[in-house]
Design a protein around this ligand. Structure first.
Ligand SMILES: [Zn+2]
Length: 82
């Protein structure tokens, strides 16, 4: 039976390489029983997916000229207000 810190290591390892069968079995059993590691694995998965999506859509994240102008105008009007 693996300990929590070993499971966390496997969770990280799983991102880079395919786990051995016994590692997957140990991990599945542990995650089934341990709420903390299950939460950790879930969070890691979410973060990894988020990072992947950022990478994939990096081009579309840049602001359009209109959006930049809108923000500048908004900032100017806020500065005038003060
Ligand atoms: Zn655990």
């Amino acid at each position: 039976m693996l300990k929590c810190n070993q499971i966390i290591e496997l969770t990280s390892k799983q991102q880079d390489t395919r786990l051995l069968k016994w590692e997957r079995v140990e991990m599945t059993v542990h995650l089934w029983m341990c709420k903390t590691c299950r939460y950790y694995a879930k969070q890691l998965g979410v973060i990894q997916n988020f990072a992947k999506n950022i990478d994939k859509h990096q081009q579309s994240i840049t602001l359009s000229t209109e959006a930049k102008k809108r923000i500048q105008d908004k900032l100017k009007s806020l500065q005038k207000g003060n």
